[in-house]
Design a protein around this ligand. Structure first.
Ligand SMILES: Nc1ncnc2c1ncn2[C@@H]1O[C@H](COP(=O)(O)OP(=O)(O)OP(=O)(O)O)[C@@H](O)[C@H]1O
Ligand SMILES: [Mg+2]
Length: 248
């Protein structure tokens, strides 16, 4: 579905990604792990088309189409959605208005039908009815922002969903609902690339469906099955990098 081929990315004249190769299929549940600063968010933002991240070499293919030069908007229209690690406040834009516009434009939905669906899905994610009339992320807590990112995903049902630490700063009950909803999207055919530091969000998933990609200094250096998450949590990245000779 999504293929990243020898991707080199520069930010502010500094090379952050140094040849990333990644193959994302909807059959597997793809997890990206790696130390702080290894380039996980950079990879996510580059796939989403953030203008600050300059691709100097390599390409991003969506079902064979080279999308490396497309705008973020064109990528969204083709079905790529990024749930941000740090969702920003958008003063003056109400959640309901934004999402209704997305659904009518992207999915050709009737505005009244869209309104009902947004309310229904928002409540499934434990928002109160009045919350959808608030400005995007303004005054929302860290965990609420993560749920709001997921609300967009549940409504859009993207072909490829990239989730950048949807579990950070989230309480245990919210984590459980977030995890179930991500699994629901995956079961319905969305290809998932989930960036995380912890195995907890994966605990409801079949370990055989997981593929773990480990990043180190701008490259993917290890690709293993689901059991690897526990090994990472037990040993830590440095010991694992020593063992695999990845430090050489
Ligand atoms: N806009 C930017 N300007 C300068 N440096 C940047 C920028 N974006 C990323 N970097 C640098 O690129 C490196 C990779 O950052 P990135 O956010 O991709 O790491 P990460 O793997 O997501 O880390 P974390 O686990 O802490 O979220 C870091 O050293 C970071 O400081
Ligand atoms: Mg990050």
């Amino acid at each position: 579905m999504l293929k990243v081929d020898n991707l080199h990315v520069t930010v502010e004249n500094r090379e952050i990604l140094k040849g990333v190769n990644l193959d994302i299929s909807p059959k597997k549940f793809h997890v990206v792990m790696g130390p702080n600063g290894s380039g996980k968010s950079t990879l996510a933002l580059t796939i989403a088309g953030h203008p600050k991240y300059q691709v100097t070499k390599g390409e991003i293919l969506l079902e064979g189409e080279n999308i490396t030069a497309l705008s973020p908007d064109e990528r969204t229209r083709r079905g790529i959605l990024l749930a941000f690690q740090n969702p920003h406040e958008v003063e003056g834009v109400r959640i309901i208005d934004f999402l209704r516009q997305v659904l009518t434009e992207l999915k050709g939905m009737d505005p009244a039908e869209a309104y009902d669906l947004i309310r229904e899905k928002a409540m499934e994610l434990w928002f109160k009815e009045e919350d959808v009339h608030r400005y995007i992320n303004v005054g929302f807590s860290g965990g609420e922002r993560k749920r709001l990112e997921l609300l967009q995903a549940l409504l859009i049902k993207p072909r490829v969903l990239i989730l950048d630490e949807p579990d950070s700063g989230v309480d245990v009950d919210s984590l459980s609902i977030i995890s179930r909803k991500i699994d629901e999207l995956h079961s319905n055919g969305t290809a998932i690339l989930l960036i995380t530091h912890y195995g907890r969000i994966l605990q409801h998933l079949d370990p055989n469906s997981l593929e773990v990609h480990v990043m180190k200094e701008g490259r993917i250096v290890l690709e293993r099955g689901g059991d690897f998450v526990r090994e990472i949590e037990e040993k830590g990245f440095q010991a694992i990098f020593e063992e695999c000779g990845c430090n050489e």
